[in-house]
Design a protein around this ligand. Structure first.
Ligand code: PLP
Length: 626
């Protein structure tokens, strides 16, 4: 529990059970039934023929998240006597998988939960799936005539599409389309707030933000609409100040500023009626409930209360009817619903060789390194490490000049690792005892860590880990009743040195470069990556042609679970087709080459058959390792 902080980031969906396995409680921990044993589940799925890596989705978590978000707003509305309602929308871009969007629509029906589309393909998804009366279809992003006409026509199906103007230029297109179709648009404006988010996505607002209208632009929209006799169409004010906001006060400032703009718009004669405060609701990746960028120092209840109370107290003195409140929470809704499970294929132990008992070389540099090992002292660690590096560098120079043999270089390597290992161990002891220790020495743990090679692609499954240094909780899903004895970093299957993970949450909530893991015991060792259900699936790419992983949807039922969907991952043939290779042509080319080799006696008939069988079997195979 403590090592991996699961009770911090996992609550209320993940915990450790008595068997030492991760257990999933898709409806939150208040459910009466015991949860789903994740290790047992993966073992069963593998026995059914599904290969690792596996993406396991729990749609009930999506339903639970919707319930919690809507419930928090309902509570706040009742608590403050807010005279209007909450209507959430799910931004489809966060995870467009059909089964998940269907889950949102089905479970959201009771709450009139809607969808947000940011592009034409997403608009088509939302238009086709969203059949809930009163649910909003918020159209954000840049739009062309096609997009706008489709959105307008959706009104004829009884939908409520709100076209949010992101750029001034879109207004003329909307007015033309509305005129042509004879349909009054339901219009919104996205404001560029001066209140900015914080952290990685802080520049989503502010004067130089990519999206949104300035105060001058908004006034122009109002005047143009007035001139066109369409000011009655302006119904919504929207902003989005960035994702993963760790402090509720930041939300409070933004809502306050937006409420003020809302008041001005009403005073200018627009009917309004909706305030859409975008996304930004964070999740607690590191479990510290703090203002770290990877954390969140407020609850869902705090968030809803801040929004409801701020809007109410800002509007009340002006006698303006408080609007329907809309949020576009993506990360907070989708992150928890999936777990990526992969197996460790291989381990490269950092210091696999013991200290040499006898030196087989009398080279001075080797003798000195050996002596240094026995002279290392807790009060001279920094100097000892510097000396150790100098000796190693000198030895490498001598090897390049030809004065040390390969055997001697190997001895230097072993001595260097052993010295570093001793220095690192002593540094940690000093650190634990409260003595100041240089950061460089504490960083040695990464150099000395074992590398665990995982059967997954970082670029396909955890792109944010590579692109923006996002840290996700990672831990073994079994053997949690045994003490892990290795410090490790993770490497993926790609031939890319960036395909590694060396940023984890330590047991004190700080970022560390190594993860405690277990020694191999001859059985598959399974690791889970948690909270990656938002953005990762669609941002993932085909680096090295590792394709989509197998995915399953799991639902709980009394006494266990049932598999509600199996979505097979990409085959090699499929990923090849995306880079314009035709599998049949490739097989044929290989066939010709084999025939020619047979004619020339370079290959036997059985070898030729075997090669061809491998080739064809592989075309149908999963892109990951068996
Ligand atoms: N709305 C808009 C306009 C966005 O750009 C985003 C994401 O960046 C979201 C909503 C979802 O934000 P979050 O995932 O922080 O809830």
């Amino acid at each position: 529990e403590k090592l991996y902080r699961i009770s911090g980031w996992g609550d209320p969906y993940f915990r450790i059970n008595a068997a030492g396995h991760v257990e999933v409680t898709p409806q939150g921990m208040q459910q009466q039934e015991p949860g789903i044993d994740l290790y047992q589940l993966v073992t069963d799925l593998v026995a059914r023929g599904l290969q690792l890596p596996l993406l396991i989705r729990f749609p009930e978590i999506v339903a639970d998240r919707i319930g919690r978000i809507c419930g928090s707003f309902q509570q706040a509305i009742e608590r403050f006597g807010y005279p209007n309602v909450y209507r959430g929308v799910y931004p489809v871009k966060v995870n467009q998988q059909r089964h998940l969007v269907e889950e949102v629509v089905n479970h959201g029906r009771a709450y009139h939960f809607g969808l947000e589309a940011g592009s034409k393909p997403e608009l088509l998804i939302a238009l086709a799936l969203l059949d809930t009366p009163e649910a909003l279809l918020v159209c954000n992003g840049y739009k062309d005539r096609d997009f706008i006409e489709t959105a307008l026509l959706a009104q004829r199906l009884g939908r409520t599409p709100i076209i949010v103007l992101e750029r001034l230029q879109e207004l003329e297109l909307v007015l033309e389309a509305a005129d042509k179709l004879g349909i009054d648009p339901i219009l919104g404006v996205r404001a560029k707030l001066s209140a900015q988010g914080i952290g990685r996505w802080g520049t989503s607002a502010g004067d130089r933000a990519k999206f949104g209208l300035t105060a001058t632009d908004i006034l122009q929209v109002v005047e143009r609409l007035r001139k066109a006799g369409k000011l009655h169409c302006l119904r919504l004010l929207h902003y989005h100040i960035g994702s993963q906001i760790s402090m509720v006060s930041v939300h409070g400032r933004a809502v306050r500023e937006a409420s003020q703009i809302y008041i001005e718009l009403v005073k200018l004669g627009a009917p309004m009626g909706y305030l859409d405060i975008g996304g930004g609701l964070g999740i607690d990746y590191d479990g510290s409930q703090s203002t770290n960028h990877s954390s969140q120092s407020y609850s869902l209840e705090d968030y809803a209360a801040t929004v409801v109370q701020t809007v109410l107290t800002t509007l009340e003195p002006h006698g303006i009817q408080p609007p329907i409140l809309v949020t576009e929470s993506g990360r907070a809704l989708m992150s928890h619903q999936s777990v990526l499970v992969f197996d460790v294929q291989d381990i490269n132990a950092a210091s696999p060789y013991p200290m040499p008992t006898q030196l087989t070389s009398d080279a001075e540099v080797i003798q000195k390194l050996n002596q240094l090992y026995y002279e290392i002292q807790p009060d001279s660690l920094t100097a000892d490490y510097r000396r150790c590096q100098e000796l190693k560098d000198a030895a490498l120079r001598q090897f390049t000049e030809g004065s040390l043999s390969l055997q001697e270089r190997a001895q230097v390597e072993r001595l260097f690792w052993n010295c570093s290992d001793k220095i690192c161990t002593l540094a940690y002891e000093q650190h634990q005892a409260g003595h100041p220790v240089s950061v460089d020495l504490l960083d040695l743990d990464e150099m000395l860590a074992s590398i665990y090679y995982g059967n997954f692609s970082l670029f396909q499954s955890l792109p944010d880990s590579w692109a923006i240094d996002q840290v996700f909780p990672i831990m073994p899903i079994h053997r949690l009743d045994q003490e892990p004895r290795q410090w490790a970093t993770l490497a993926d299957l790609t031939c890319d040195s960036d395909g590694k993970i060396n940023r984890f949450f330590g047991d004190d909530g700080q970022i560390t470069s190594v993860l405690p893991l277990h020694d191999p015991d001859g059985e598959p060792y399974l690791l889970g990556v948690f909270l990656g259900g938002a953005y990762q699936e669609i941002l993932g790419d085909l680096h090295n042609l590792f394709g989509d992983t197998n995915a399953v949807h799991i639902r709980s039922r009394p006494g266990g679970y049932r598999v509600s969907q199996v979505i097979k991952g990409d085959t090699i043939s499929e990923v090849l087709s995306w880079v314009q290779y035709n599998s049949e042509d490739l097989a044929e080319t290989l066939h010709h080459a084999t025939e020619a080799a047979l004619q020339q006696g370079q290959i036997s008939l059985s070898e030729a058959r075997s090669l061809q069988r491998h080739f064809e079997d592989n075309l149908r195979a999963y892109t990951y390792l068996h």
